[in-house]
Design a protein around this ligand. Structure first.
Ligand code: UDP
Length: 509
């Protein structure tokens, strides 16, 4: 930074869900590491998840701090401490959490008005931040938690509505106008794409806010999806800076262990177990922070992993609770005797609660990743250079699956065809035989597995280069910071000219 360059102040507003918050906190820390003054706005229980890393950055001389909001638990009808989408255990609680986050709006506006930063980087799920930024005369940049590919698919489906011509839920169709032939079925599309839902108005607002923004920040890298990065800008005209994969910013083990939540307790025992396994032999299975399976589906997964013939580390998520006996259901559930058998056989480990995912994936013993296709998980699997078994459930996960299996070709689908936010008793079961078959295909040493492993390694290399000095993401980070600085100078210049003009007018003639 030259002496003339005054430090710019950027405020980050992440959404209260791990898949949004974690990459945004990584980005905020990246900005601070590059000389920007950074403030992250969030609530107390969310701040606890990453406060240690921020304190560490601050101690090392970076200008980074937190602005803590108080979450309206009582007004939202939520138990104290439930401030993140990953903490909800029923769909009703999730709705209340959305409502609670909505209630934060006036508090957040006051914080922005008091600080008057030079730029707001807001999760795209807070569309109203575009108006706050306009009032303050500063740019608003949206953080889109997904890939260029996803944005291009979603845009094409919205504009062309190819599914309207198709009656059957299971017949596949080609998404028009994309650089590759991408096939989807109607049953894999989010509900909101097919019909109006209670979220339709919000989605319209999100798109409008994105168009009015200064640009979007992407957790991706150019070499991963060049055709889609170009296509996105060409089709939408929206400026995009890709800074990813931002998880690679977590270089030391402390950062990796604490990333997203510092409550995990299994790191040592888990690493010891992985150390005892051969390189590339272990399947890591995790379905992100929001997926909930039924007990029946959990039984199928448990049996498949146990019988697959490959060692596994499985992060057992929460199960869907039945409405009637909400109180007495356990959050994490496993079939009787399963854990004891594993202890005896050494075939696998289960992790209940938060796993240090990046640390585990990087371990030399990991040879494949069974994932729900959340965008962060895909990037983290790719950064570890391992092939994927893809099991999308909802959100944009089916689109992400197509990028992995049809375009980049480093994963095999498990065969889930139905988009559903949370599984319920009517959701189709993915049977153990099917799971076992795909796990063997990806973890084995057949030609297909070898090719996928090779491609995963190539992508891993490209990802590393992208974030290193001179790489595409590194350069984009420098560009976005410079663009914010130029915007600031330009508005100051305008103010100066306007000020002089007023003085001229006020001068006695
Ligand atoms: N994650 C983790 N430990 C867990 C579960 C999830 O570290 O036990 C992290 C994972 O590394 C990823 C994020 O949580 O960075 C989940 O984001 P993703 O986009 O993959 O899925 P989502 O949770 O949003 O569905």
């Amino acid at each position: 930074m030259s002496l003339r360059e005054e430090q710019i102040h950027v405020m980050f507003l992440p959404y209260m869900a791990p898949g949004h918050m974690m990459p945004m906190v990584d980005m905020a820390r990246l900005f601070a590491a590059n000389g920007v003054r950074v403030t992250i706005v969030t609530t107390k229980m969310n701040a606890i998840r990453f406060k240690n890393s921020i304190d560490k950055d601050f101690r090392s001389g970076r200008n980074i701090s937190l602005e803590i909001l108080s979450f309206p638990s009582l007004q939202a009808g939520l138990p104290q401490g439930c401030e993140n989408l990953s903490s909800t255990t029923t769909p009703e609680m999730t709705i209340k959490l959305f409502h609670g986050i909505g209630l934060l709006e006036p508090q957040i506006k006051i914080v922005f008005q008091q600080h008057r930063p030079d730029c707001i980087i807001s999760d795209y799920l807070f569309p109203w931040t575009v108006d706050v930024a306009a009032e303050l005369g500063i740019p608003r940049i949206a953080f889109s938690g997904s890939s260029f590919f996803n944005l291009c698919v979603a845009n094409s489906i919205e504009c062309n509505r190819p599914h309207d011509l198709i009656k059957s839920e299971t017949e596949s169709f080609i998404v028009p106008g994309l650089p590759d032939q991408v096939k989807l079925t109607k049953s894999q599309l989010p509900d909101i794409v097919k019909s109006k839902t209670e979220f339709s108005d919000l989605f319209d607002k999100l798109k409008e806010a994105e168009r009015k923004s200064f640009g979007v920040l992407m957790n991706s890298f150019y070499e991963l999806e060049p055709a889609y990065a170009d296509h996105f800008t060409k089709v939408t005209g929206i400026k995009a800076w890709h800074l990813g994969p931002v998880s690679l910013f977590n270089r030391d083990d402390d950062d990796k262990v604490q990333r997203g939540d510092n409550t995990n307790v299994c790191e040592r025992s888990c690493l010891n177990w992985l150390d005892s396994k051969k390189p590339n032999s272990v399947l890591y299975a995790c379905f992100g922070s929001l997926t909930r399976f039924t007990k029946d589906q959990t039984v199928e997964i448990a049996n498949a992993l146990e019988n697959s013939g490959f060692p596994f580390a499985w992060v057992v998520g929460k199960i869907v609770k039945c409405k009637n006996n909400e109180e007495d259901e356990e959050e994490c559930w496993l079939p009787g005797g399963f854990e004891d058998r594993l202890k005896e056989s050494g075939k696998g480990i289960v992790i209940k609660g938060w796993a240090p995912q990046v640390l585990i994936l990087e371990h030399a013993s990991i040879g494949g990743f069974l994932t729900h296709c959340g965008w962060n998980s895909i990037l983290e699997g790719l950064c570890a250079g391992v092939p994927l078994v893809t099991w999308p459930i909802f959100a944009e996960q089916f689109y992400n699956e197509k990028l992995v299996t049809q375009v980049l070709k480093f994963g095999v689908p498990i065969g889930n065809e139905i988009w559903k936010v949370w599984a319920n008793e009517e959701s189709p079961l993915i049977r153990r035989n099917n799971i076992e078959r795909v796990v063997r295909l990806v973890m084995g040493d057949g030609d297909k597995a070898m090719q996928m492993r090779k491609r995963a390694r190539q992508l891993q290399e490209r990802a590393k280069i992208a974030v290193e000095e001179g790489g595409s993401s590194y350069n984009n980070l420098k560009s976005v910071i410079e663009d914010i600085r130029v915007y600031k100078r330009a508005t100051e210049k305008v103010k100066e000219i306007e000020g002089n003009h007023l003085i001229e007018l006020e001068k006695p003639q």
